[in-house]
Design a protein around this ligand. Structure first.
Ligand SMILES: C[S@@+](CC[C@H](N)C(=O)[O-])C[C@H]1O[C@@H](n2cnc3c(N)ncnc32)[C@H](O)[C@@H]1O
Length: 123
């Protein structure tokens, strides 16, 4: 293992302190995080575009899998899908664009976990 120089140790300590401060500082009463709120501002839209370019441009997507099946969805989107299912309680989910089927299997598992009797159709 390579020894860290003093400057690198200080940099890492500051980074850690900032992360800890984020957990202990008082939380705002509400954060504009709904899709509508984020997309209502040009800064929000720019952030979303940059994140999509970063995630799909980084080459990460093809290296991700769910239960051993390749999945191209980014983790933020599949998290939101579960929240959407919980809210909408769909009886049918139609996915356009199967790829290897990782996201379809994920949707099926999530719906089962939520106790929502639903069919997943992927095309
Ligand atoms: C972003 S990927 C998502 C794949 C999959 N749902 C997943 O998350 O792993 C979109 C998929 O849609 C497919 N696709 C896009 N346009 C299509 C079209 N017109 N007809 C058939 N497949 C299409 C692509 O080939 C790709 O597999």
């Amino acid at each position: 293992m390579q020894a860290l120089d003093r400057q690198e140790m200080v940099t890492r300590a500051i980074r850690l302190a900032k992360r800890i401060a984020n957990f202990v500082r008082p939380k705002p009463r509400s954060i504009a995080l709904s899709v509508e709120q984020v997309l209502a501002s040009s800064a929000g839209r720019e952030l979303v575009e940059r994140f999509i370019e970063f995630y799909y441009g980084s080459g990460t997507a093809p290296s991700m899998s769910y239960r051993g099946i390749e999945i191209l969805k980014n983790p933020c989107d599949i998290w939101m899908a579960v929240e959407l299912f919980r809210t909408v309680r769909p009886t049918v989910v139609v996915e356009t664009g199967t790829h290897h089927g990782g996201s379809a299997v994920y949707y099926g598992d999530a719906l089962k976990m939520l106790g929502i009797p639903s069919a997943v159709i992927t095309i």
